[in-house]
Design a protein around this ligand. Structure first.
Ligand code: FUB
Length: 345
């Protein structure tokens, strides 16, 4: 679907056949991180705008400036936009590109985790704190020490420990950190600095969070994603290897690490038995949607499991103007997930 010439798509027909409708239509929203706090659903999305930036493979056109929190009393109720929760102008260290956020709760306080480019053009991950799940959030003066790249997802385990999963290729800059420090060499291609196709793929990162959730409690570790033979997925395994959009959830005691394959547009998952992995590639949760990016979260609500995702159908295919949607997902008895088709074509 993303490779189609969008001029040939009949969006009125496509939207009628879509698995679900946008949760809100008065603004564009993307990258939904959904949580169930105190009996209510809170969605922490990117707030897409058209800032007039030219399209490029490093994602300059994703020039978002703020975050809005969307809340729902239950899965069937109206989605409410709670207004600006955090603006880039109120983040001392951040210059631009407020990309995919997440949030979590601890001891009655709410923490918004977000990536943005600093004044050197390097993506870092910051934290902002509020007494309310809908904000407004107050940003910490500095980004998290030792943070880099994009797409933080913060998972709370049953023992009360919190872990951040993060990383993203191309515009998300993960490939520039292969030596442990930022490679600022000029590069024309988003694929510069990536491993060769027959080398192991770049891996997402995981780090346990400090007690106050404002820092990493440890140096981030690579999260291994293995094939069925126990080998690391290769860089050229484009339909299965990690690209961006990390998420972690638990089901029946197993840990499910899910992610986007980026340029091949799948939301995939891999299963492990602890928060650090390794994880074994298991399958796809969502087939490609309209729009280049695919990004999601998985949230259990009242005994059912939901996939929050986005597509660009409302904007008629404009890559950086996306809309958040939700659909139920089902597990098979063996714990695998039934792949969702976003449109009944
Ligand atoms: O929204 C900007 C970027 O696009 C996100 O950080 C990626 O996951 C992709 O959805």
């Amino acid at each position: 679907m993303p490779e189609d010439n969008i001029d040939h798509i009949d969006f009125d027909t496509l939207n009628k056949k879509a698995l679900s409708a946008p949760l809100v239509t008065h603004i564009y929203t993307a990258d939904p991180s959904a949580h169930y706090f105190n009996g209510k659903i809170y969605i922490y999305p990117s707030h897409d705008i058209d800032a007039g930036e030219a399209f490029d493979d490093l994602g300059s056109h994703f020039a978002m400036e703020d975050y809005h929190v969307i809340s729902m009393d239950n899965i069937d109720s109206k989605a409410v936009d709670n207004g600006v929760a955090l603006h880039v102008d109120d983040v001392p260290w951040a210059q631009q590109q407020m990309w995919a956020p997440d949030a979590n709760e601890k001891d009655g306080k709410f923490y918004l985790f977000f990536p943005a480019k600093d004044y050197k053009g390097i993506f870092r991950i910051g934290v902002a704190v509020s007494d309310s799940p809908t904000g407004p959030f107050k940003a910490e003066p500095e980004a998290i020490k030792g943070s880099f790249s994009i797409d933080p997802a913060v998972f709370k385990d049953d023992d009360g420990a919190y872990y951040m999963y993060f990383g993203g290729l191309w515009g998300g800059q993960l490939q520039r950190w292969r030596t442990g420090s930022f490679n600022s060499d000029q590069a024309e291609s988003p694929t510069a600095f990536l491993p060769a196709d027959d080398e192991p793929a770049l891996l997402p990162l995981v780090a346990k969070m400090s007690d106050n959730l404002l820092e990493f409690a440890e140096t981030p570790k690579e999260l291994e994603i293995l094939d069925e033979k126990g080998n690391l997925l290769l860089s050229g395994d484009n339909d299965r290897r990690f690209f961006e959009a990390a998420w972690l959830h638990k089901h029946n005691g197993n840990y499910y690490f899910s992610y986007s394959t980026g340029d091949t547009h799948f939301i995939c998952y891999a299963i492990g038995d602890n928060p650090y992995g390794p994880f074994t590639y298991t399958g796809r949760i969502l087939n490609p949607v309209v729009g280049w990016t695919s990004h999601h979260s998985v949230c259990e609500i009242d005994g059912k499991t939901y996939l929050f995702y986005h597509d660009s159908s409302l904007s008629k295919g404009i890559t950086h103007l996306r809309s958040v949607k939700v659909a139920e997902i089902k597990y098979r008895p063996d714990g695998s997930i039934v792949t969702l088709e976003p449109y009944k074509l």
